[in-house]
Design a binder for this molecule. Sequence first.
Ligand code: C5P
Length: 227
Amino acid sequence: MNPPVHVVTLDGPSGSGKGTISRAVARRLGWHLLDSGALYRLVALAGIERGLEPGNVQAHARLAGTMAVRFEAARDVEHVLLEGREVTDAIRTEEVGQSASRVAAWPAVREALLERQRAFAVPPGLVADGRDMGTVVFPQAPLKIFLTASPEERARRRYNQLKQKGSGASLSALSREIAERDARDSSRATAPLVPAPDAVVIDSTRLDVEAVLAQVIELGRQRALWA
Ligand code: C5P
């Protein structure tokens, strides 16, 4: 039998810095990266593009199981392709984010994405970013991080991110949308956003990327996941 592939999970609410930290950890270790939120966003975008009824669970679950998805790592960004088309920016809008959090509440959609996500765990290792990586998708992961930050700080980060991309957004509208999405993600019956019992919780409100990265790298070292 092949030795198990090491997986580090990073879960947490939107704007907690998971994406940035996961990418940095994967790059540092030379491991693969799973941006599971992008998969839910892709289901949502594909549904919108096909004009599916927002409440059509079966059609969205079918899309989740059959859509052709590719992630291509470039130097600075990870390109996301849906049916061969570049959708890297198209999946990052607030509209798609809200729709993603609605389709993500349906067990049939989550089930359809489960094996797709597990297939990312290949040597030399995987950093998995999401909401239920440590609780549902990779419950055996030897290192689980739950990254949080205050709601104000998370809204501010998202605001700066959008501003950098040149898209306008108001801070108060963003705070409201983030609060709405977090409430939906945390209260759903299937795979809600909660730390795994064995997760290490890191509050990044007052920490910069380097400081969080250093903590994660140190935790992996203590567990002999890397030197
Ligand atoms: O992380 P991101 O903001 O891209 O995720 C978009 C939405 O996808 C989240 O609000 C959440 O509802 C859903 N999601 C999920 N489980 C994951 C990752 C994302 O339910 N593992």
